[in-house]
Write a protein that binds this ligand. Sequence first.
Ligand code: ADP
Ligand code: MG
Length: 744
Amino acid sequence: MADLSTPLGKVIGQPSASPLAKYRGIHTVGDLLDFVPRRYLEPGRLTDLSRLVEGEDVTIVARVDRATTRPMRQRKGRMLNATITDGTRELDLTFFSAYGHEGRLVPGALGLFAGTVSRYHQTWQLTHPDYQLFTTQEQEAAVEQYTGSLIPIYLAAGKQMPSWKVRNVAQIVLGSLREVPDHVPPDVRRDRGLVDLASMYRLLHQPSTDKDVSRARHRRRYDEAFAVQTVLAQRRMAGEALHTTPRLARQGGLLEAFDARMPFELTAGQQEVGAEIARDLAREHPMHRLLQGEVGSGKTVVALRAMLSVIDSGGQAALLAPTEVLAAQHLRSITSMLGDLAEGGLLGGSEIGTRVVLLTGSQPAGARRRSLLDAASGDAGIVIGTHALIQEHVQFFDLGLVVVDEQHRFGVEQRDALRGKGRQPPHVLVMTATPIPRTVAMTVFGDMETSTLTELPAGRSPIATHVVGNPRWFQRTWERVAEEVRSGHQAYVVCPRIGDSDPSPAPGAGQREPGTAAGDWSDEDLEVTFEADDLAQPSTRVLRSVLEMEAELRRNLALAGLRISILHGRMAADDKDEVMRAFAAGTIDVLVSTTVIEVGVDVANATVMVIMDADRFGISQLHQLRGRVGRGVSPGLCLLVTETESELGQQRLLSVAATNDGFTLARLDLEQRREGDVLGAAQSGGRSQLRLLRLLRDEDLILAAREDAFAIVAADPDLDQHPALRALIASALDDEQAAYLERG
Ligand code: ADP
Ligand code: MG
């Protein structure tokens, strides 16, 4: 008898086990049972042959219509041609040796055929397919097996292990399976109408009806959500068990002084969230809060006020930004908001003031050393930086609060690394402008409390968005830009590429440091996040680049005399900083850039944005980008320029133009991506077990699993009463760890 951890070879013999290990990484009984069929066929129903696709691997049910053999010209022996049919259409089978097939592939024989579809002289073919007949003498047992049930179709494990051999192996394994410990407690199964684990495996590998299959699949999806939520519940509990210093603003302190000089009223939302955060900071357990808010909703002020109360209580705050451009902008805007409050220790500075310093990977050594010293001595109350802040030799005197801006660029691991820098666990505030649908928030950020800023500060003007899909209107686009500039405003032009041919980032400019999730970084030559294979027709068009665009605009008479500059991730940090400064100061009229300006850049005087090859960007990304304009009192305008012919591509752009509601767009984005992308590298990498979870469709299921998992963990934090669940979590975390290490 076997259990889930029994090596497969012990149950089915090494010759059968080897190809499974080699081609599919299946080593144990449990691995095999989790290797679930991709589809199910009905033995009585012939497969529709009208939908064959060249090059596709198929397994089909069909009947032999006719078969002929003939001698071969060049070699001895005879070849066999058979034609199988679904009753309407036909498919040719070719065997270069008739031997062993002749007596079996006779007219009327019914069976399963598997192979790669090819096309030859107008006919569909399978060359040397594997097959299993239902009707021949030697396969009588097969008929028996299949009668009245569905035929599970598996991925083959190499030539020796076609689908039905995998199926036979699965049957043997099921037959030898001892009782399977179930990680979902019986009362939960009863309440949620879930089948037990052993039954789930049986229904997956030997179903009789479609209903069996859907019950089994339902249980599998629940299991995924349940495992994730159990981990999150444990993380939440572990956070609750930590002790730290409460951080309260003091009377006559920095926060009070700042509030008194703030140039605007906080919105109701900002006040509410501010109060939530103040309550969190007053507790003896570290805060772990996610702050969501549309672009321009004013998250920075909320974070700054939290930082000031931490400084008031003698601690320091770190602000982590995803790019150097954004870190530098935060430094500028925070120092200017604080005024002389940011000149602590300097002559003429405020008495209660503090110091704000910058720490980034490409800083000159001297400046960096000073920042490191200020952080370590405690002279700097606020340390703003990029990934460089996470590096090990950065020390703080008393780190009380970590603010992570624009979370979607940071993984869980990086958050954890920063949390480890305090003498005591610091409070953590994560901010994101990407509206996160509820189910995603519950899974990716499910171990955090969440706050949401829904309103924009008063006086904001709406952004109008238009799709420019006709080349006749392209010149009009540039005239429109010129008009904005002439009326005293500024413009962004965003391109998907940088345009120099060297694909490797220049030293110092590349900020992709170890641990950054690969593939989501904007400082690459190709800066689009949208994948070509999501498009109806992958395009071979050459995409617009910053460098070409700059040259083109300089030649364009409509823009004559305008001050045009460029910005991209491969420029040196000083140059980037200088360009952003100049743009903020209004001495650049048109900024041609890549998506480095995507997150958080705030120049209120910029009123128009032109996005080139807009079809190559994701929906949410376009929404983020256009949030850069219309930040002041003048209305914003966003022009989505595209040459795509794809219906889907145009449709996506029209939906971005149709609404300014980030949540609607985030949902749309999610619906259009294939599962797996959602939580892929861009989020937190290692959580690959989430792949199956269809985050929108399974909302109810995720809610249920979350409720169950949190109840179980609350009653039994170490899962002593739930050994099967504990084992499952441990092995899932091992996999995650391994995946993380592999990524480096
Ligand atoms: P985001 O949430 O996108 O990070 P910011 O924090 O950058 O937004 O804020 C956008 C702009 O709005 C900034 O210039 C900021 O000073 C301003 N702002 C923030 N709160 C208010 C408010 N309550 N009233 C008016 N302007 C505000
Ligand atoms: Mg921001």
